[in-house]
Design a protein around this ligand. Structure first.
Ligand code: NAD
Length: 725
């Protein structure tokens, strides 16, 4: 018997009495949940309930890679009021409760990702069987969109794995992979994809035969930490301690910028203290509020931009297609080259041939790749087999042997124009006539590197961020001569390597390095005025930056910043002139973390002072400063952040950026601009162009040329326009 009259859900009844329910939203690449499915869902449950030939059911997905990817974002965006969104949450809660209360067992048979509402649906089922496929993963990513799971997923997860573990998944949005799900008792079984339906059906039937809707939880062995937390959860005083600790830690990480985290804590605390119903009611109301919040609006804006970039070829002409890449070459296996090798092997699954200057260099490159694998193995993010299999994709040479068939040659040799030109000439000599040459320079214009090239149309920039295997952005830089197919090929390769890719036009500092310059300069000016280092870094972190600018200078290298400074001044004039801080520091051999001598203490000296970061106070003497000036944190935050925003707008005006969308993504993913503010362009939209202009003009009056407002900003303010509609 089968019933396929409904649009999204269909079912086949097997001869053993198991109804195989398939969720398959027609015409969509992935399944998402929509309120309009509620009636269909309700009717299906009623049918399963009423049909005596149905003994049990399993839910599978009709899509190859996803089970259910969560609530449909467009549906959330269409909400006009908090009440609209609250109603959506209540619809989901009711539907899933009805499923949970069904007296016939329903088993979620999951292959692919079950995210957000998808995970909640799985948790409302009576048991879960997961495939061991790499794509199979459970998670609550709602928090990353400024939301909370709105269909009682948190409570059901807490029921299964305890409050603290549920909080961890709810507050971070992190993935629960099949082995972990099994260990925690969330999955009853983990099996090969091919056995999924059979094993899930058997489990469903077994449960039906036993007349039980509960799977006996697998024996979970708790370590000392687990036992303490369980002891804490079981009594009201312990729970108070647990929640107050969790709130304190959350506040420390978010500085209160992510209201969803507080709401998640509230819901689970109410569940623990007052029960399921009271927490459901609260959850629906909070869901309504959060969907309408500015934070969620900005985070969803970023999510949509990333989704759009996945489909973007990087060129405007739809006829231009990327060429196939079968072999990648890598010049230089240092910090960046090693990381690029890793993402090419691991994510793009492509062979990569590393060329270094000598065997020591080659060994360093191999070691770097190996270290990343070791770290991921230790964290159980990959298997030993996978490591060995992928390692075979790396080969090395100290000559240009075996590189003729290279489709894309990426260079990450030292930052030196003559050297880059020299290796480009060598590549033209040693490789094929259509080998792309992609430079990972962080500051040299690609046009300069390509100036003497025989084939400048094959030269492009592929600017990765450090550490390459963790940072999500790739900035592809094109010159006037870069062939569009070369751009499209670089973009496609970057995506395969797992990157979110933006394409920018060539210019000094491209986009990302250019906009960081004025922020760093402003921080240096504030320091030169006599404001303490901790005050500057602390204020910026409270605004939402992941690290303060002075810490960043130590990380990037004071010598590198000092080298780039004059290049920026030459290109952009007076407004980029830094104070003489850098010169003084370089003269004192302060390079930052790399030589353990910078603004902060490192090594033994730091250890002696205890936990955390400590300023090396001797730096004030070198700079001739008494750090006794106090500025309101808002002034530090505005001056540094608005310099960054103003320069981003200039890049747009100068045609460096293809769109404000790319400018937002580059700033958030490459440089850590606070995501909940949406990126520089969305930030201007939300505050208002005239207000931003008013603030910048105020600083212009006080500090002069470096605060010249971007012409685009003046234009937007005059016409009362926004960058995003
Ligand atoms: N470090 C960063 O954060 C960062 C970020 C983005 C871009 N970049 C850029 O990436 C490039 C490399 O930076 P890095 O930090 O990896 O430097 P690195 O010093 O760690 O590595 C450079 C490597 O290139 C090798 N090399 C030098 N000449 C070579 C040649 N002719 N052929 C083959 N290999 C050669 C060296 O042996 C060395 O191993 C630079 O252009 C840098 O500006 C760096």
């Amino acid at each position: 018997m089968s019933d396929n009259s409904n649009k999204n859900l269909s079912f086949e009844l097997r001869s053993d009495g198991v109804a195989v329910v398939t969720f398959d939203v027609p015409g969509e690449a992935v399944n998402t949940l929509q309120a309009s499915f509620a009636d269909e869902f309700e009717a299906l449950i009623a049918k399963l309930d009423a049909d005596p030939s149905v003994k049990a059911a399993i839910i599978v997905s009709g899509k190859a890679d996803t089970w259910i990817a969560g609530a449909n974002i467009d549906m959330l965006k269409a909400c006009k009021t908090a009440a609209d969104a609250e109603a959506l949450s209540r619809i989901g809660q009711r539907g899933f409760l009805r499923l949970e209360k069904l007296e016939k067992p329903v088993v979620a048979a999951i292959n692919g990702s079950a995210l957000g509402g998808g995970f909640e649906l799985a948790l409302a089922c009576h048991a879960r069987v997961l495939s061991d496929d790499k794509k199979t993963v459970l998670a609550f990513p709602e928090v990353q969109l400024g939301l909370l799971p709105g269909s009682n997923g948190l409570q059901r997860l807490a029921r299964l794995i305890g409050l603290q573990a549920a909080l961890d998944f709810g507050l971070t949005g992190k993935n629960m992979r099949p082995s972990k799900a099994k260990k925690l008792g969330v999955a009853a079984e983990v099996v090969r994809k091919s056995a999924l339906v059979e094993v899930a059906s058997k489990l469903a039937l077994d449960l039906a035969k036993k007349g039980s809707l509960k799977v006996k939880p697998s024996k979970i062995t708790l370590d000392a930490k687990g036992l303490t937390s369980l002891a804490l959860e079981r009594n009201p005083v312990g729970r108070k301690v647990l929640f107050s600790k969790a709130r304190e830690m959350t506040q420390k990480k978010t500085y209160g910028h992510y209201p969803a985290t507080e709401r998640i804590l509230d819901v689970l605390e109410t569940y623990a203290d007052k029960g399921f119903e009271a927490s459901s009611d609260l959850e629906a109301r909070y869901f309504g509020e959060l969907v309408m919040s500015e934070t969620s609006r900005q985070l969803i804006g970023i999510f949509n931009a990333v989704t759009a970039l996945k489909k973007d070829t990087g060129v405007d002409d739809p006829e231009i297609k990327p060429r196939d890449v079968h072999r990648v070459g890598m010049l230089g296996g240092g910090l960046m080259g090693g990381g690029i090798c890793y993402v090419t092997m691991q994510n793009a699954n492509l062979p990569i041939r590393l060329k270094e200057i000598n065997l020591e260099g080659l060994a360093r490159g191999y070691q770097y790749v190996n270290d990343i694998y070791a770290e991921r193995l230790k964290k159980r993010q990959i298997t030993k087999f996978e490591k060995l299999r992928k390692s075979a994709l790396l080969s090395g040479t100290i000559e240009f042997e075996g590189l003729r068939d290279t489709d894309v040659m990426i260079e990450a040799v030292f930052e030196n124009l003559d050297l880059k030109r020299k290796v480009l000439a060598q590549v033209e000599e040693a490789c094929g006539p259509s080998t792309i040459f992609a430079s990972n320079t962080s500051s040299i214009p690609i046009t300069k590197i390509a100036a003497e090239a025989k084939h400048p149309e094959l030269v492009v920039g592929m600017h990765y961020f450090s550490p390459v295997h963790k940072m999500p952005l790739l900035e592809v830089i094109v010159t006037e001569k870069t062939a569009p197919w070369v751009t499209a090929t670089a973009v496609a390769l970057g995506k395969k390597q797992g990157k979110t890719v933006i394409v920018v036009n060539d210019g000094v500092g491209f986009y990302t390095s250019r906009i960081l310059g004025p922020l760093m300069n402003e921080a240096a000016f504030i320091l030169a005025e006599g404001v303490a280092i901790e005050q500057i870094d602390g204020a910026m972190k409270r605004w939402g930056w992941p690290v303060g600018p002075i810490t960043l200078l130590d990380e990037v290298g004071i010598d590198i910043a000092a080298h780039v400074g004059p290049i920026m001044v030459e290109a952009f004039g007076e407004r980029m002139t830094p104070p003489d801080t850098m010169t003084k520091l370089v003269a004192d051999d302060r390079k930052g973390r790399k030589n353990a001598k910078g603004f902060y203490l490192y090594g033994e000296a730091a250890k002696k002072k205890g936990k955390g970061k400590h300023v090396d106070t001797s730096v004030y003497e070198v700079l001739g400063i008494h750090p006794d000036k106090t500025l309101p944190p808002e002034e530090i935050q505005m001056r540094c952040s608005l310099q960054f925003v103003n320069e981003a707008l200039r890049c747009f005006g100068d045609g460096i950026l293809r769109s404000p969308r790319d400018g937002d993504i580059g700033a958030v993913f490459g440089l850590g601009f606070p995501p909940f503010r949406g990126g520089p362009f969305r930030y201007v939209d939300s505050v208002g162009a005239s207000e931003i202009l008013r603030r910048i003009e105020g600083y212009h009056d006080r500090f002069g040329a470096r605060w010249e407002p971007a012409p685009v900003l003046i234009e937007m303010a005059k016409n009362n326009k926004k960058f995003h509609e």
